[in-house]
Each structure stands twice: as C-alpha cells, then as structure tokens.
Design a protein around this ligand. Structure first.
Ligand code: 3HC
Length: 690
C-alpha cells in the first residue's frame, strides 16, 4: 500500500524494497519542495528496519527534469541536492533509480548519486545544462566520467544531447534497461536481486576515472581542438572541460568543489541569464493569447507539399520525420523525382551518421509519394504551398487548390513576405488558410513562423502551433506584414551594412564584427551565398545604382560565380575581393570614417532591436520574447546574448535609443522602445497591445 507522506511524495513497501515516488507536475523539476520530499522520504525508508533496499521513481510524464530553473537567480532555500546525495551515499542499503521519460540535468544527477540505475526502454538520460549556459552542478561532471570515461562524458555534457536507454547502457551510465510498462516491477526485482546477492554498494564517487591526469588532459585538449567551433562564443563548454579535467586530476571531494566554483562562475555570468531567458521564451512562444483551452487543433495525418524546389523538398522532409504521410507534388515530373532522390539521400545520410535507424529511414521513405498533378491534393488533410514567391502565381495556385482540396482541409502557404490575406481572399475558405513559414533548410532550422491571417479560425491557428511542436520545431505566431517577424526584424541590418561600406568600413570588417558577436555568418558572406543576382533583382526602393548591381553587371554574383564581395577558391574559402573594394571606392563618401568594432555593431544591430520593438507594438508578434526566439532559432542570433530584445536590455535601452537617434533620426525610434526605457522596464518582457 502506498502511503502519501505529503502532497508530492509517497512511500510504499514491496516486500523488502521501499519505493519512494515523487509526483510534482509537470516535469518533477527539483524545486525546494521536491528536494525536501526526497530528503525526508529517503531518510524514512533508510531508517525503516523492514526495508533492505530503496527504489526512487517519479509519477507523471517523466523522471526529474532537472533543477527547477525558475528558482535560479533567487535566494537559495535548503535543502541542497547534495544533502540528498549524502543521504544516499551514506546509506548501507542500496538505492536504485527507476527512470522513465527524460532524466535530465540535476534529475540525472540524482540517478548518478544512486547505487544503481534502471531505465525504461523509451527513457532518455542526459546532462543538457550547456543549453542554459551552465554545467551539471550537482556532481554530474565528476560522476559521469567515472562511469562512462572521460571522453564520452565530455561529449555527453558538452553536446548536451540526451541519449537513449540502450546507448546509456552501452556507455555504462545505467545498469539495466527495463520494459516501459514494467519499469517499477523490474526495478523492484533488480533491488531484490541486490538484496539476495548481498551485492556491494556501488558508490560512483568511489570509482576510478578511466584516464588519469596527463592522459585525461591530452584527451580533453584533443577534443577541444577537434570541436573548436563549440568553444567559440559560449563560455560554458570551457568550464565543462575544466570540470571534467578536475574529475580526472583531483580526489572526488576536491573535484566537486571545483565543479561548484565553475558552476557559480557561469550562473553569475551574463550568458546563462540570457540562455535561461530563451528557455522560458521558447515555451512562452507556444502559447496563443486569447485562445481558449477548448479550441482543439484539427487532426492532420496526410500532408501534400506543393513545389519541389529547395523549400518544398525540405518541408516534405520535415513532415516525413514528424511522422506524416507526405505527397510531394510538382507539375514538372523530373523536378519531383529529383526531389525524391534528394530526400532519400538526406535520410541515408542520417542513417550513415547513426542519427536515424535503418528501419526508421525505410518507414519515412515508404510514407513519401510523389506526383505531378494538382489532383493529388484531394485526400490531404493539410496542403503546404511552396511555389515561387510571386503573388499572382500563389493566388492562382490557391484558387486551384481550393477547388481540389477536401472541404475541411487546411491550406497553408510558405510565403516569406507576401500578403497572406490577399492569398486567402481568392479562396472560398479564408478561415482555413494559414501561413507556415519554414526557414531553409526546412528540415533542420528550428523556427516555424505560424502566420495568422485576418480570417484564420482559432482552431487553424491551434493546428499550426501544434504542428510546430510535432515537427520538433519552435512555433512562433506572427501577424501579416512584409517579412513577418524574423525576416522583417533582420532586414535593417542589411540596409545598415550597405550604408556602412560607403562610409569607410569594408564588407569584411562588417562581417568580422558580426561573426565575433556570434552570428554564424556575416551580412556580405550571406549575400554572396544567396547570390547577389537573386537579391539584386528583388530589391525595391533602391535609389540609383548600387555596389551590388555593379558587381552583378560584372558577372560577380557571389559564390556561384566564384566572386562577389569576396573571391572564392575551389574549396569555397573566401578572401576579400580587391575588385569589390574598388567598386565600393567608386561609390564611397569622400572622407572615410574610422569606426571601432563596437560602433559597427551598434550600427548593425540597434536597428534590429528597433524593428523588433515595432513588430511588437504593431501586434505582429505577441510578445518581445517571441522576437528573440524567432531570431535565435531562425537566424542563428547567438543564444548566449538572449536575442535582440534581451540583449538591448543588457546594453541599456537609453544607450540603444541614443545610437538609433544618431543614425536613423529621432522619428525612427519605436515608441514602445522609448516608453519602455522611460518606465525603466525590460524590453524583453513587453507584450503586444491587445
Ligand atoms: N525547471 C522548471 N520548469 C521546467 C523545467 C525545469 N527544469 N523543465 C520544464 N519546465 C517547465 C516548462 O517551463 C513548462 O512550463 P509551462 O507549461 O509553464 O510552459 C513545463 O515545465 C513543460 O515543459 P515543456 O513544455 O518543455 O515539456 P515537454 O514535455 O515538451 O519537455 C522536458 C519536457 C524534455 C523535460 C523539457 O521540459 C526540458 O528539456 N526541460 C529542461 C531540462 C533541463 O534543462 N534540465 C537541466 C536543468 S539545470 C540543472 O539541472 C542544474 C543542475 O546541474 C544543478
């Protein structure tokens, strides 16, 4: 019989085994009450003479999901997790963790402090603190290397990627895999086996690390060199490497102390605050203000994707991996066959990298059908249009889709800047039209902008948001405007960059400043990659000739012609183009101005902050943190700065406004930005007016 000890824990005896169950929805985060319940429950079971072994488990959807992130930055309230761990490690009775769902961060550290670990087959374990700009601060960096070895532990913690139960078993992070349905019974049996065998208590702290001092240092240094990219920008990976080194070079207690110092350093730094902001912002983004809980998403099983270009192919791939039946349609039969070949190749690539099982890839391939007739949309629950970006073409396509699709089908456009309302208006079902704006490559980028038209019905909005989650993406709701959230907010930095190169700085100066800030790519490298011809022809409002047009006229279209703002060698390595410099000189102001990197950064990024604020005050985004999420997940805005809105708060809004007034003029400054500064509030916390 299970005896509730308080609202979140209960104790139960099964023969000689005492079972402590924690139930703290939604994810059993290790907040103060949970830590106290663990301390009290464990103490009670260990003190009970009738109990010979203990099992710790959780109710609900998962084992402990880690420390309670909402407690970070607030005054600490006892007990510390280490108190709980001391109780386990001082126990003369074996303690077994029974893991289901995801044992993450502090949650997995609880399991690591136990003597043994049993996980359900579908469970995952991991130490994802790096994503919060932190390191495992409850012994994870000291215990994981003792079980899995220095190199595997380092990779587990630096990648932050959870591993499945069978992999965890291979890595020796857990001791047994149980069936999903029988986890508790099997964990109890495991504990009974320990009692019967008088098995030794396996305290991870007492184990030897596989590599000692110099050997460990060499392996860590080699890892850092091989993965140099992961250590550029964010500071957490460097501290993680130091903590793992401590595991191999110091006694356990000293290693723990070192871990605690390195953890504190990160917790007090700016980056972790920014990454925690993004963690909660991503979860807030999924919530639609004013949408009643009763509104249910429409059930979607079959998806037709129209257009077999790069976007359509990527979108089809994304839906396949989300478990949908996909029909990819292109009126050109060769194009759609080529697309099928590309999708197969992507899936095969994932299999050879070990990211997808052979069986899962085969299942995805079998769910893909290709067709070259629009009639093939007839049975689809959802149709995603990804044809060329032209309003008349899209209107024509939607008229045809409307007459062929099921009456209750949802029709989506992947347009990146066209007027969704104008598209919806040509159909008989504007309430079932939505924008699903994917970012290239659509099967990889995490952002999905769900665009709500003026007529889009609430359940269709809910459907778009639910699709995002099912595709493993971050769905951000956007209203209709030119460029929606991410493209619109980022556009001003291109305008600023093009102006800057006429004042003295060179394209490579601009790009260097952006990559030093943490962007994967600078503006001009990006233009070269996309193709100056493409961007040049789409450009509106360009008064007179531009540097880009002249480069195009000379046949320098960027990477595809081997030259643009940069010159590219056969390995696509870029060096500054003398010719571009000469063209720029022809346009440039007579007296070039010297600008330091900070001044350049202000010119490039303050306008993004300003545009982001306008996007919020116009109600295009629901909240400022959505802008941060969109740019971090869609544009590679460095997550450790928290996105533009959070970053502006750290810079100081008055400083941002002063910079904008200097370069864009006082009238251009967003009223929301001004008001927020005057009221001494945080920009990242602003929401759209209702
Ligand atoms: N602390 C506080 N709240 C948390 C939380 C945590 N560790 N993990 C999740 N939540 C909250 C979410 O904010 C969300 O709240 P909301 O409903 O009010 O928006 C709710 O729990 C549900 O979360 P998800 O929407 O993310 O639920 P999913 O089912 O999609 O995912 C999960 C579950 C995989 C557990 C996911 O929530 C997750 O990855 N959580 C974070 C795990 C993590 O990073 N742990 C490490 C924490 S740091 C740490 O442990 C430090 C230690 O080393 C000392």
């Amino acid at each position: 019989m299970s005896v509730p000890t308080n609202s979140i824990s209960s104790l139960e005896r099964r023969g000689d085994v005492g079972v402590l169950t924690i139930n703290s929805p939604p994810v059993n985060a290790l907040g103060q009450a949970v830590r106290a319940a663990l301390r009290d429950g464990l103490s009670a079971l260990i003190a009970d003479d009738a109990v010979k072994a203990v099992v710790i488990r959780c109710d609900g959807r998962t084992f402990f999901a880690g420390a309670d992130i909402s407690e970070f930055g607030k005054p600490f309230v006892e007990p510390d997790l280490n108190v709980v761990f001391d109780i386990i490690e001082a126990s003369a009775k074996p303690v077994v963790a029974a893991i289901h769902g995801t044992a993450l961060g502090g949650g997995f550290e609880v399991a690591l402090a136990c003597h043994y670990r049993v996980a359900a087959a579908s469970a995952k374990v991991g130490l994802p603190e790096v994503a919060l700009g932190l390191l495992p601060g409850a012994g994870g960096t000291q215990r994981a290397p003792r079980l899995a070895g220095v190199e595997a532990a380092l990779d587990l913690i630096i990648s932050g990627r959870p591993v499945k139960a069978d992999t965890a078993l291979e890595m020796k992070l857990i001791d047994a895999v149980a069936s999903d349905a029988g986890l508790v019974d099997e964990a109890v049996q495991f504990a009974e086996g320990l009692i019967a065998d008088s098995a030794p208590l396996r305290r991870v702290r007492d184990m030897e690390v596989d590599l000692q001092s110099d050997a460990a240092r060499a392996v860590i240094a080699a890892y850092q060199e091989k993965n140099a990219r992961l250590f550029r920008g964010p500071v957490a990976p460097t501290n993680i490497a130091k903590a793992v080194e401590a595991a191999a070079t110091l006694p356990f207690e000293a290693g723990l102390k070192r871990e605690a110092e390195l953890f504190e350093e990160l917790m007090e730094g700016r980056q972790s605050g920014a990454q925690r902001h993004i963690f909660f912002a991503e979860r807030a983004a999924g919530k639609v203000a004013g949408l009643s809980r009763d509104v249910q998403p429409v059930a979607i099983q079959s998806v037709a994707v129209l257009g077999a270009g790069t976007m359509g192919t990527g979108i089809a791939t994304a839906f396949l991996s989300g478990g949908y039946e996909v029909t990819l349609i292109d009126l050109n039969p060769e194009a759609v066959e080529r697309a099928q070949g590309r999708i197969y190749k992507t899936l095969d690539g994932l299999v050879s990298k070990g990211r997808l099982s052979f069986g899962a890839a085969a299942a995805q391939k079998s769910r893909l059908v290709i067709d070259s007739s629009l009639d093939a949309v007839a049975s689809a629950d959802l149709i995603v249009e990804a044809v060329y970006e032209n309003l008349d073409l899209k209107k024509d396509v939607f008229r045809q889709l409307d007459s062929r699709a099921k009456a209750d089908a949802v029709l989506a456009s992947n347009t990146s800047f066209l007027d969704l309302n104008a598209i919806a208006a040509v159909t008989s079902r504007p309430e079932r039209i939505i924008g699903l704006h994917f970012f290239a490559p659509a099967n990889i980028m995490r952002l999905l902008e769900v665009v709500r038209g003026s007529a889009t019905a609430p359940e269709i909005v809910a459907t778009g948001m639910a699709l995002g989650k099912k595709l493993g993406k971050v769905a951000v709701l956007s209203g209709v405007c030119d460029g929606f959230i991410a493209n619109r907010a980022m556009a001003p930095r291109v305008t600023a960059a093009e102006k800057l190169i006429l004042e003295g700085p060179m394209p490579w100066d601009v790009d260097r400043v952006m990559t030093a800030y943490g962007f994967p790519m600078g503006v001009f490298s990006m233009l070269d990659l996309v193709g100056l011809d493409v961007i040049g022809w789409d450009r509106e409002n360009s008064a007179g000739r531009t540097v880009q047009e002249v480069l195009c006229e000379r046949g320098h279209w960027g990477q595809k012609t081997g030259q643009g703002y940069y010159v590219y060698d056969e390995n696509r390595r870029a060096t500054p183009s003398d010719e571009a410099a000469e063209v720029i000189a022809g346009f440039a102001d007579k007296t070039p101005v010297a600008m330091d990197d900070e001044a350049l950064l202000e010119r490039l990024l303050y306008p993004v902050v300003n545009e982001g604020a306008k996007i919020v005050e116009e109600g295009i985004a629901q909240r400022a943190s959505d802008v941060d999420v969109a740019l971090v997940t869609g544009y590679g805005w460095p997550v450790w700065t928290g996105g533009p809105m959070f970053w502006a708060d750290t810079v100081g809004l008055d400083k941002v406004i002063a910079g904008l007034e200097r370069t864009l003029g006082p009238d251009a400054v967003s009223p929301l930005l001004r008001r927020t500064a005057q009221q001494g509030q945080a920009l990242a916390e602003q929401t759209a007016p209702h």
